[in-house]
Design a protein around this ligand. Structure first.
Ligand SMILES: Nc1ncnc2c1ncn2[C@@H]1O[C@H](COP(=O)(O)OP(=O)(O)O)[C@@H](O)[C@H]1O
Ligand SMILES: [Mg+2]
Length: 291
């Protein structure tokens, strides 16, 4: 089976995201198919990256298993191959999760261990991250004195997530649930970052999504701790004051910058060697973290 750009199975399609296709299986389960689509600068590129969906799925499964003592997750009983027709099995094998459908919480639970991306931009101009004052003198990519929980909104398709101001997550979720989301997110980050460090990978930041099940319990949903939901930096060569290339999209971004693309859809086609190197990077992330 080659790369998969878009899945088509007989189940009712619930959502086609930038990367995942979601189908309703029955009253309480969803089939989440990770395609090989790659987005850069929030635009889906026309060329799929072979094996990417399998990497995202294998990594999520790996982390769900490692973190199940911290928080319940959405993995459901059953195999993805068994809920599609025989002729559809090649599309879902090794790249899909059967999950429990829960009520998603309207926040992205972001945890940052290092100063990067939008947090670095904010710190550089105001000395704060999500309005929390930090020590002066930090550099781009500096390790933060302690991991920070910086939740954002979950914007509808086509819009960008916005950082939540102080107190807003309590207004959205209630004080108790907000405290739980914060505590669980920080714990997940800390466990994963310590583990990844032992494999030579820094997790600069990451994003979790949660839902609430019929019992009212908090459930970890979506994908977790993949190159798409996190910034993974190789520890080798890490130096604060520079912007480390994230593990996965470095060749794609470099290429897109080199041809001067305006970062608006439609995105240009990728040369075969850029596709191949990117596929190799995703495979490497999985191998390094799970071997
Ligand atoms: N267990 C679940 N129950 C309900 N919704 C879920 C569950 N797990 C993931 N989702 C939702 O499925 C979607 C995953 O597809 P994705 O490609 O990430 O879409 P997007 O481009 O909207 O981020 C997200 O909107 C996520 O919130
Ligand atoms: Mg998503």
């Amino acid at each position: 089976m080659g790369a998969l750009f878009e899945s088509h199975v007989h189940l009712p399609l619930v959502h086609r995201g930038k990367v995942r296709d979601l189908y309703a299986v029955d009253g309480d389960r969803l089939l989440m198919v990770a395609t090989d689509r790659l987005s850069a600068f929030d635009v889906v590129l026309p060329d799929p990256i072979p094996g990417k969906g399998q990497v995202l799925t294998a990594l999520s499964r790996f982390w769900f298993a490692r973190t199940q003592s911290i928080v319940r997750n959405h993995l459901a009983d059953g195999a993805p191959e068994d809920v599609v027709r025989p002729d559809e099995r090649d599309q879902v094998r090794d790249r899909s999760l059967l999950v429990r459908r829960v009520r998603p919480l309207p926040v992205e639970a972001i945890v940052r261990g290092y100063l990067s991306g939008s947090a670095w931009k904010e710190y550089r101009s105001t000395g704060t991250v999500s309005a929390m004052a930090l020590a002066p003198g930090l550099l781009e990519a500096s390790r933060l004195p302690e991991p920070l929980f910086t939740p954002s909104t979950k914007a509808p398709a086509g819009e960008h997530d916005e950082p939540l101001p102080a107190g807003a997550i309590e207004d959205l979720l209630g004080a108790e649930r907000a405290a739980e989301v914060r505590r669980v997110s920080l714990r997940l980050y800390q466990e994963a970052a310590a583990y990844a460090l032992g494999r030579g990978i820094l997790i600069a930041d990451t994003k979790f999504e949660f839902g609430v099940d019929a019992d009212g319990a908090l459930v970890l949903i979506d994908e977790i701790l993949t190159p798409d939901s996190s910034r993974f930096w190789p520890q080798a060569g890490y130096r604060p004051g520079t912007s480390p290339e994230s593990f996965d999209k470095q060749y794609v971004r470099d290429y897109l910058e080199s041809i001067g693309w305006n970062k608006k859809a439609p995105a240009p086609a990728l040369p075969a060697d850029v596709v191949a190197r990117t596929a190799a990077k995703y495979a490497e992330a999985l191998a390094v973290l799970t071997r």
